[in-house]
Design a protein around this ligand. Structure first.
Ligand SMILES: [Zn+2]
Length: 233
């Protein structure tokens, strides 16, 4: 048995549900979510520390962030990645790491609550981390192929649902035109995400459609009707 769960498929609906459960948990722990979203409150609500360190690149390239699943789980953000100082990218990165915690880590084992394994795991878990290189933008561009790619995709999809629940998107789009870039940039600021986070989410929901290679935004097939309910889907 490993701290990391065996790879499995999650449907988009399942991942979205898990993100909404975390938003519920935030409410229950008195970290009621607010937008622009502060993902460090999510970490607080889940008892996960956030730390900044200089993470050196390895032979596969730069590492943006990682999660260390020990008794006191910790998200480490790389001081050397300047983009991480931008609010939206930082929120997306923290939410991505939380996605790994929720979807891919045996939390009881990580926290050492399964006692007979505690000793071996405390040694193992130092070695076992997710090293996230392509948080956010790259994940949207590259097609996942390996199970590792798919884990990264799942964590990022989780982040996207956590930061941009449908009801919040409904609220923030009021009085705005989703096919106007200026309006999308204003929404992006209001929500506290990057523009690519927002555009990916809106396209995934089918609210807008941007043909490949184009900058023109068209209304999507599933353009909203104002009927969605957060937390009650
Ligand atoms: Zn990752």
């Amino acid at each position: 048995m490993s701290i990391f769960k065996v790879y499995r498929y999650y449907s988009k609906a399942e991942i979205e549900q898990k993100a909404y459960e975390v938003l519920e948990k935030m409410k229950a722990e008195n970290f009621t979510p607010k937008w622009p979203f502060d993902a460090s409150c999510t970490a607080d609500a889940l008892g996960i520390m956030i730390d900044w360190q200089n993470i050196l690149p390895d032979d596969k390239g730069e590492i943006v962030a990682k999660i260390i699943p020990t008794k006191q789980p910790k998200i480490v953000l790389n001081n050397n990645i300047h983009k991480l100082k931008e609010e939206g990218f930082q929120a997306s990165t923290i939410a991505h790491e939380i996605g790994h915690w929720i979807l891919h880590i045996n939390q009881d084992l990580a926290r050492g609550s399964v006692q007979q394994l505690e000793l071996t795991l405390s040694i193992d878990s130092i070695e076992q981390q997710f090293l996230c290189r392509n948080v956010s933008e790259q994940i949207y561009k590259n097609r996942p192929e390996t199970q590792d790619d798919w884990r990264e995709w799942q964590a990022q999809y989780f982040a996207s649902c956590l930061l941009m629940p449908r009801e919040i998107l409904e609220a923030k789009r009021k009085g705005r035109d989703l096919t106007n870039w200026h309006h999308l940039y204003a929404m992006q600021k209001d929500i506290g995400v990057t523009i690519s986070n927002l555009v990916y989410r809106l396209q995934d929901l089918g609210w807008i459609n941007i043909p490949k290679g184009s900058k023109q935004i068209y209304p999507g097939k599933a353009a909203p009707n104002g009927q969605t309910n957060l937390f009650n889907r």
